[in-house]
Design a protein around this ligand. Structure first.
Ligand code: NAI
Length: 339
């Protein structure tokens, strides 16, 4: 099986190459991102392997089909960058890695929360410059405060586990709540604590001191964090987003940041991240004014989609992606099929 591997970074090769060799796959590593112009590079390949900022839209899928591609191997969980309607029309199988290390993302979300609250990022810069003043670095105790976790799938549940030690009240929202929590089973209480309950989204907006997003991006929840929902939130609220950038309406967030609404904002994703994230753009003029403004707020920590980035997660991603390819090639049951 020949696989065109788009948007290759050195760390991808380290983890994918040895497993591909073991399985006898031929991988064509490409630095380009997948889009309608680069899709032709996959000519002669059976599958393409793509990541979060590759774009498998209708035109791209058409070109891939003409190039002979029969499968899209997503090396990530989210699949919002693949036009599933056209993948189906062109008979291209879409496979993903539904879970690799939910704890990696939850631990990172917790890291953003702790850092942005206690302003550790600012303290780090100050002491590097021998400035030992702590003026302006005051945070809040998290014990006894309320955290709203939006999305209680694998990562949301991992988040529930990692925040347990903080002794916060936990409010949950998910359109498909977990029965075990609704029924307050012994197992759920043992795992997540007893101070945990599902509420509606509005209650989270109104009552939470911290809001952490762990839901996928869908047509229904794009820009769920917007002018209106931000206005419901408490002053000083801390917002953490490790899910997808477009859950937040960036210019509404910026307007609210300018009024001092937020105690802190921790973002590992950004709605226009495709043009910047994972690349060294330090020598370029950044023309995205929203990105520059976001970066300039000292109560915002913005990182480049790295919540997943642990050794354990990289190994699991490489292994599951290539197991998916193997199952596809051997016409076995496709456990991780999106379509
Ligand atoms: P999952 O599929 O296990 O869980 C998602 C949960 O969200 C489900 O329980 C679902 O019912 C719920 N949900 C769906 N629509 C919702 C809505 N409108 N509001 C609230 N909840 C909703 O997915 P998992 O593994 O927990 O991943 C969640 C998201 O995290 C992914 O979709 C992806 O966007 C993001 N992610 C980010 C990474 C990073 O490195 N920053 C890495 C991996 C995932």
């Amino acid at each position: 099986m020949k696989i065109a591997f788009y948007d290759t970074k050195p760390y991808d090769k380290i983890w994918f190459e040895p497993i591909a060799k073991e399985k006898g796959f031929d991988i064509l590593f490409l630095e380009e991102k997948l889009n309608n112009k680069t899709a032709v590079f996959a000519k002669g390949c059976d599958a393409v392997c793509i990541f979060v900022n590759d774009n498998a839209d209708a035109d791209t899928l058409k070109t891939l089909k003409q190039a002979g591609v029969r499968a899209v191997l997503l090396r990530c969980a989210g699949f919002n960058n693949v036009d599933l309607k056209y993948a189906k029309e062109y008979d291209i199988t879409v496979l993903r890695v539904p879970s690799y290390s939910p704890r990696a993302i939850a631990e990172y979300a917790l890291g953003l929360l702790l850092a942005v609250n206690r302003k550790i990022h600012r303290a780090y810069v100050r002491t590097r410059d021998f400035n030992y003043s702590i003026n302006g670095l005051m945070g809040v105790d998290l014990v006894g405060k309320t955290i709203g976790i939006v999305g209680t799938g694998k990562i949301g549940q991992a988040m529930m586990s990692v925040v347990r030690g903080l002794d916060m009240h936990v409010l949950l929202y998910d359109p498909y709540p977990l029965e075990s929590i609704l029924n307050k089973t012994q197992e759920a209480i043992a795992k997540f604590g007893s101070d945990i309950q599902y509420v509606d989204l509005e209650t989270i907006y109104k009552e939470a001191d911290v809001i952490s997003l762990h839901c996928p991006l869908t047509k229904d929840n794009q820009y769920m964090i917007n002018k209106e929902t931000i206005s419901m939130m408490k002053d000083g609220v801390i917002l953490i987003n490790t899910s997808r950038g477009s859950l937040i309406h960036t210019s509404d967030l910026l307007d609210a940041l300018a009024t001092g609404k937020f105690g802190g904002v921790g973002l590992d994703v950004y709605e226009e991240e495709e043009a910047y994230f994972f690349e060294d753009r330090s020598d370029d003029i950044i023309s995205d004014a929203d990105l520059v403004r976001l970066t300039s707020y000292r109560n915002v920590i913005l990182t480049s989609h790295q919540a997943f980035f642990t050794k354990e997660a990289m190994y699991a991603i490489a292994m599951t992606t290539l197991n998916n390819a193997e199952s596809f090639e051997n016409e076995k049951t496709l456990e991780n099929i999106v379509l």
